[in-house]
Design a protein around this ligand. Structure first.
Ligand code: ATP
Ligand code: MG
Length: 316
């Protein structure tokens, strides 16, 4: 397979999905500190010893990662399985502690904040997980699930929480009557909308999305990505989008970094990576994307363009 052809097909396909072009809000504010700054981030995990005399071994999941993301922009992280993408996401979300290095969000060093300040700061950064089936508690109603971040903050009344939940459900194209339902009553795409609503409810500045559409059908993927773009336009959200799929990051991201064995081996715009990849691993990643047959590609683009228009309509 020719990787240049593949790149062309991905790039042209993504552009015809009706992806919203970058708005003025995406222009970096040069005088402001970056929204997210990751400096020399390292995470080693100890491996269990198989016998007592063995020297302790460790997995070097991240080996000195630097990132800078301006407010209102989207950074894609791509890499093979085990390259450290989710480790990076957990450290940025302060769900895990780095071995070395720092994560600054809005100028605050997240891993050095006292617990109470970190809990309060959490309203500024939320996460959307890969699996819309596993990430929503099947025993809780949607109202409880979506208001969970507000409950953790502990500052709003039940009535206010309910009102805000109805608002964010409308923003993701669901109905306020859905608040009384359970996750099993929804499709995969609708569940991911519920997960996005839960992330939105604290008005975050940053959303970290770890493979948010890889469990969904391709037409539903486009709907969810278009919804994320639309929300970015409305609220100026910054995304850190993790994906193994270059077509997905091309749809949503201004810049992409390629992780390989815990290090960034390449960074650039999606087009630069698709058409002019320098690192052998990035080239392998580009050529690994399956080439879509022209007829099927047209049908998919039509579906995706329709998905864009329907992104905010209630789903039945
Ligand atoms: N809690 C942990 N304890 C020990 N090793 C871990 C832990 N979490 C991650 N690792 C190891 O760190 C490396 C990076 O894992 P990570 O989950 O970040 O990869 P990934 O890029 O997200 O992979 P995938 O695409 O499969 O989700 C892997 O070798 C993994 O086995
Ligand atoms: Mg992962």
């Amino acid at each position: 397979m020719n990787s240049a052809n593949t790149a062309e097909s991905i790039a042209s396909g993504a552009h015809s999905i009706n992806a919203t072009e970058p708005s003025d809000s995406k222009i970096p504010a040069t005088s402001q500190p970056p929204l997210l700054q990751v400096t020399q981030l390292v995470r080693h995990y100890p491996l269990p010893r198989t016998h007592l005399c063995q020297t302790p071994q460790q997995v070097q999941a991240l080996q000195g990662v630097d990132l800078r993301v301006e407010s209102g922009r989207s950074l894609g992280i791509v890499g093979e399985s085990g390259s450290g993408k989710s480790t990076l996401a957990r450290l940025v979300m302060a769900l895990d502690t780095p071995t070395a290095g720092t994560v600054h969000l809005l100028g605050r060093d997240l891993h050095r904040l006292p617990a109470a300040e970190l809990r309060h700061a959490r309203r500024d950064f939320q996460m959307v997980f890969q699996d819309p089936y596993g990430s929503l508690d099947p025993h809780q109603k949607v109202e409880r699930i979506v208001t969970e971040p507000l409950q953790a903050q502990g500052r709003t009344s039940r009535a206010e929480q309910r009102e805000q939940a109805a608002q964010v459900l409308a923003q993701v194209g669901l109905r306020s009557t859905d608040l009384g339902k359970y996750p099993h009553e929804f499709s995969g795409g609708q569940r991911q909308r519920i997960a996005i609503a839960r992330a939105l409810i604290t008005h975050p500045r940053l959303i970290v999305a770890d493979e948010p559409v890889s469990a969904l059908d391709v037409s539903v993927q486009a709907q969810v990505l278009n919804l994320m773009l639309d929300l970015q336009q409305q609220f100026g959200i910054t995304y850190l989008l993790i994906s193994h799929d270059l077509a997905v990051v091309n749809h949503l991201c201004d810049e992409v970094v390629v992780l390989y064995q815990g290090r960034i081996v390449e960074r650039g715009t999606p087009e630069e990576l698709l058409f002019n990849a320098q690192h052998p691993y990035t080239r392998a990643l580009v050529s690994a994307v399956p080439r879509i047959e022209p007829g099927r590609a047209r049908a998919l683009r039509a579906e995706m363009a329709q998905g864009a228009g329907e992104a905010l309509r209630p789903m039945v």
